[in-house]
Design a protein around this ligand. Structure first.
Ligand code: COA
Length: 378
């Protein structure tokens, strides 16, 4: 038997094709349905980017208005979802756990078929996260406002105040930036589930589980904590060196695909700079830049040739913090953006209809023979 090629992390394996996004890890480029990320992220509304992914074209004015309305109408949660969130909040579970539990209920309320499920998931994820966050903090959920756009309404439901135009643009740019990223772990999870001919709600619930892990979507909180712990630019080197000496990973750096700076880091860094400048306080932003510079240099010293560069999470932390979001909301907010990409991949996978089932290299024992419990002793 010829020795199979085993790729435990599937590096270098092309597991399918997609028209949704292209990641070029060596050039540091991200294409979203034909558009460079830099073109889309800071210009489009989240509804426009979602429409683009689902329909492979940007909507005209009428299509956009209809699409916005149709999503806005779906924002309200089924009673069962809200009751669940109330019960979970009493146990003070982390928000990603609550989102995972609630995601599974989002097929309720007359939602039927792939298109309905995709729309309900995208429309309701912000409502779930915001309602749960408020319940967790002893406050009543704020009902969605259909007059506000998707991104602005998310901040409104979190804070109970209509955000400024700059804040709404900041969160919109963030949601667009993370909306899709080819076959990342959570997206692949969603595609694997869809490929069994299961439903979109099941696929997205699985994807939330994958995103929760610190090696995927869980890094921005720790990345920001690190910047706060460092506190002053001249303390960065000793702090980071000590971490690397202990064999710890620096959160917000390194990527499976990007071997240059993650293009999303640039987009988010620009958005964060704009926001901090508007607030008139660049101190944290400047500190983060200094930490980044030192971290990249030290990673090259400790892991030469690995090309460990800044990833999306580092500036996610800075931008979302600037928007007033607490670190525990960073990964759930990532999910609020990525759910549009997940659903687009599910729809694409559905059209393909091929079960995903890789092989494996068996390295267990051979030739064993059965013995009864009595024969096996204690
Ligand atoms: N800090 C320190 N060392 C790191 C590192 C980091 N952030 N990222 C990778 N490395 C090291 C690994 O320890 C490994 O060293 P070794 O070969 O001496 O054992 C080497 O670099 C290669 O890493 P590898 O584990 O093969 O990379 P990967 O492709 O599996 O991992 C990540 C990619 C993202 C999981 C990894 O870079 C990481 O853990 N980063 C921090 C978490 C993070 O920011 N995640 C968000 C990603 S968007």
């Amino acid at each position: 038997m010829t020795k199979p090629i085993v790729a435990p992390g599937l590096e270098g394996v092309i597991a399918g094709s997609t028209r949704l996004s292209r990641v070029d890890g060596l050039a540091g480029e991200l294409i979203i349905a034909g558009y460079p990320l830099e073109e889309i992220a800071a210009n489009a509304s989240f509804e426009e980017t979602t429409y683009l992914l689902w329909n492979d074209k940007l909507p005209n004015a009428t299509e956009l208005a209809e699409f916005r309305n149709s999503l806005a109408k779906l924002r309200t949660l089924p009673d069962a979802t809200l009751n669940l969130l109330r019960a979970v909040a009493r146990e003070e579970a982390p928000t990603m756990d609550a989102l995972r539990m609630a995601a599974g209920t989002l097929s309720l309320g007359g939602v039927e078929g792939d298109a309905d499920e995709a729309a309900a998931l995208v429309a309701r994820f912000p409502t779930v996260v915001a309602a749960y966050w408020r319940l967790l903090n002893g406050e009543e959920p704020v009902a969605p406002d259909p007059k506000l756009g998707h991104a602005a309404n998310y901040l409104y439901m979190l804070n109970g105040e209509v955000p400024s135009a700059a804040q709404a643009r900041g969160v919109e740019t963030y949601l667009n930036t993370v909306i899709d990223h080819s076959f990342n772990a959570s997206t692949f999870t969603a595609r694997v589930i869809t490929a069994t001919a299961s439903d979109l709600v099941s696929a997205i619930t699985g994807a939330v589980g994958a995103l929760k892990g610190p090696l995927h979507g869980g890094a921005p909180g720790p990345a920001l904590d690190m910047v706060f712990e460092i506190g002053q630019a001249d303390k960065a080197e000793s702090y980071l060196r000590a971490k690397l000496e202990r064999g710890e990973r620096l959160m917000g750096f390194g990527h499976r695909v990007y071997k240059v700076r993650d293009p999303r880091a640039d987009v988010l860094s620009a958005a964060a700079a704009k926001m901090y400048r508007a607030d008139g306080d660049m101190q944290l932003y400047d500190l983060a830049r200094a930490v980044e510079e030192k971290a990249v240099a030290l990673l090259e010293e400790y892991k030469p040739g690995r090309n460990l560069q800044t990833n999306v999470e580092f500036y996610t932390a800075l931008l979302l913090h600037g928007l007033g979001l607490e670190t525990a909301l960073f990964t759930p907010t990532f999910a609020v953006g990525r759910v549009a990409g997940w659903t687009a991949h599910c729809l694409e996978q559905r059209a393909e209809g091929r079960l995903i089932r890789p092989g494996s290299d068996y390295h267990g024992g051979l030739g064993r023979t059965w013995s009864s419990v009595a024969e096996r002793g204690n």
